[in-house]
Design a protein around this ligand. Structure first.
Ligand code: ZN
Length: 195
């Protein structure tokens, strides 16, 4: 039977439950172990496998490149994933229309749509139909990474205010352009800036 790369990464974290582990340690172990178990095959992109497990909430992201496994937490959080039956129900209830931007599969037959937790799992959101919504892949991506974009937006707002105070037209124009891009794409609309 062929050993799964995913299972190998999982096993390593499970053996080291409760310990914060940085990428290189896991990568070194799984590449060597995979090679040994398969008589020389190469483990493709172990970094990606780790990131994926964190996305699936199997691992806790401690800091950049550092992850930890905790059995109770992993189990509790996995209970809050929507089942495929629930996903189907939410799609049937809301149709293939993005709850954020209104993108409709009717007009974009090749677009991908996701089921999203309205209240995120990390904030205690449950896997119940009422907490599910349909998002297009763009809105889903932005929501997942909203922390990064909101940090960026706040930074440019600060810079914008500073430039206003110092009457620095060049920086002012630069920030204005950037902030308009946020607006144009409806990203982090809840963070306001004074034009
Ligand atoms: Zn959308």
């Amino acid at each position: 039977m062929k050993i799964s790369q995913n299972d190998l990464v999982k096993a390593y974290f499970m053996e080291n439950e409760g310990r914060d582990i940085a990428h290189p340690e896991v990568v070194d172990y799984v590449t060597a172990e995979y090679q040994r178990l398969t008589n020389g095959e190469k483990f493709r992109d172990p970094d990606r496998a780790i990131r994926k497990l964190a996305q699936e909430v199997f691992l806790i992201k401690v800091s950049k490149g550092v992850y930890r496994y905790e059995q109770d937490l992993a189990h509790k959080r996995s209970l809050e994933n929507f089942t495929s039956i629930q996903k189907k129900e939410i799609f049937e209830k809301d149709g293939y229309v993005c709850a954020k931007c209104g993108k409709d599969k009717k007009y974009y037959p090749n677009a991908e749509f996701h089921i999203d937790h309205i209240v995120p799992k990390d904030d205690g959101g449950k896997a119940v139909i009422e907490n599910g919504q349909v998002l297009c892949s763009r809105c889903n991506f932005i929501k997942t990474n909203t922390k990064q974009t909101s940090t960026g937006k706040k930074m440019f707002i600060n810079l914008y205010e500073l430039a206003k105070k110092e009457d620095n037209k060049e920086v002012l124009n630069f920030c204005e352009d950037l902030l308009n891009v946020f607006e144009k794409h409806n990203v982090n609309g809840h963070i306001e800036w004074n034009k």
